[in-house]
Design a protein around this ligand. Structure first.
Ligand SMILES: [Zn+2]
Ligand SMILES: [Zn+2]
Length: 135
């Protein structure tokens, strides 16, 4: 028995489920009743009509499963910038890596490139993610 969990309310119509766990979860929206879950919504990225329960909401946008996955990929995105020690001194590489990173990204780490004695890699992560994780 699942006494600990309480009954969910539909995020669309406000109806309360009769048994715990019967309302499916829609990412970014919450639990919805089956009637609302079967309604079709339009993906704002590709325009496909999908059932609400297979959609998700990211930053206020309704997305189909495919675009949801794409969006997650983007969200996780890291950028790696490489510098060549043969072209400039290490001090200048470090300095540049810190100050001239891609806009909206935070420097995570700077390291020697794999299998290389002169290439450096600066790895950046999207600043918003970085902040979410650190707070
Ligand atoms: Zn409902
Ligand atoms: Zn889509």
């Amino acid at each position: 028995m699942q006494h600990a969990r309480s009954l969910s309310k539909c995020a669309i119509c406000g109806k309360t489920e009769e048994q715990v766990g019967t309302f499916p979860m829609v990412v970014g929206l919450g639990r919805v009743c089956l009637a609302d879950g079967m309604k079709t919504v339009k993906c704002e990225a590709c325009g496909d009509e999908v059932k609400l329960i297979t959609s998700s909401r990211i930053q206020g946008k309704t997305l189909c499963l495919k675009d949801h996955m794409k969006e997650l990929e983007k969200y996780r995105q890291h950028i790696v910038v490489t510098f060549d020690e043969d072209a400039e001194p290490v001090a200048s590489i470090l300095d540049k890596a810190y100050r001239d990173g891609p806009q909206g990204y935070t420097l995570l780490t700077i390291r020697r490139g794999r299998n290389s004695t002169h290439v450096w890699e600066a790895e950046y992560e999207k600043t918003e993610i970085f902040q979410t994780r650190c707070s």
